[in-house]
Ligand binder design. Structure first.
Ligand code: PD2
Ligand code: ZN
Length: 269
């Protein structure tokens, strides 16, 4: 039975009033969620997916038929919105990305909160390389699949980053969003607005370590080749969410390869 249909009549009327006032579905869902109508909130999101102000993966069924592949959902957390997708990339696709990236890897950098510049930092001990959107055939194919899954235009994505963590390599706890209170915020959001979501793709199996941990939520995702992890950096109202604090734990055995795609609010041009 539909959770929306089961809502009391005054709530149904309230939803209709808000749609008539052109309130976006994610904001209507935020209110429903807050009042305890969790199933109704996400049924509304799933029903109005094309009109949401944020990337979003449908949780309406366990499997999602994308234009070139069927994927399945392994895990969903609703607050903050986090999902794990099985078999997002094939082993051959992971290897193709690694083969192209391997010779281009350099010491990773982070955004300097003071001025928005990119600097090397002990908090991020990996090597990495960045691609322009659509730079290679495999990058283009993966970007189209991400856009399809997240219902979010390719143009709103930053270029793909590929990272390699060796023994001891880690990314200490951090946020991916840009904090509006920080001085650099206007600089880093001038192109594309807020980083609304983060899409991580594990390109290798890792013998030990290398999980992506959410310390405020008390769980971690273990790397597995082809698996993808998506998390929203903002809540349904579009406000930055400190619960999204996350870290790439140190690799203790083996090598971890990861591809990262950050999704922006506006076209990233
Ligand atoms: O490598 C990871 O698991 C990881 C963890 C946290 C990557 C990122 N953040 C990132 O690229 O933002
Ligand atoms: Zn991160």
């Amino acid at each position: 039975m539909s959770a929306l249909m089961l809502l009391p009549t005054d709530w149904k009327n309230w939803i209709n009033d808000n749609f008539n006032k052109k309130v976006p579905a994610n904001k209507i869902a935020a209110n429903l969620y807050q009042q305890g109508w969790v199933d109704a909130a996400y049924e509304l999101m799933n029903k109005h997916i094309a009109t949401l102000e944020m990337p979003y993966i449908s949780t309406a069924s366990n499997q999602i038929q994308l234009s070139d592949k069927k994927v399945s959902i392994a895990f969903t957390c609703y607050k903050p919105f986090i999902t794990i997708i099985n078999d997002f990339l094939t082993q051959e696709e992971c290897q193709a990305v690694i083969n192209d990236a391997d010779s281009k890897l350099q010491t990773s950098r982070v955004v300097n909160p003071e001025d928005g510049s990119f600097i090397e930092h002990t908090a991020r001990t990996s090597t990495s390389t960045s691609y322009q959107r659509g730079q290679t055939a495999i990058v283009k194919k993966i970007e189209a699949r991400i856009a399809n899954l997240l219902n979010w235009p390719v143009e709103h994505g930053e270029g793909l980053q590929v990272l390699r963590y060796e023994d001891g390599g880690e990314y200490r706890p951090h946020f991916d969003f840009f904090d509006p209170a920080k001085q650099s915020s206007s600089v880093v959001t001038a192109r594309g607005g807020q980083r609304l979501g983060t899409f991580l793709m594990y390109l290798s199996d890792v013998e030990d370590g290398g999980s992506t941990r959410f310390p405020n939520l008390g769980f971690e995702v273990h790397p597995k080749i082809g698996t993808a992890l998506y998390f929203a950096n903002t809540d349904l109202m579009g406000d930055i969410d400190p619960q999204t604090l996350h870290a790439g734990l140190p690799v203790t055995k083996g090598v971890k390869y990861l591809a990262t795609k950050w999704l922006r609010q506006y076209p990233y041009v």
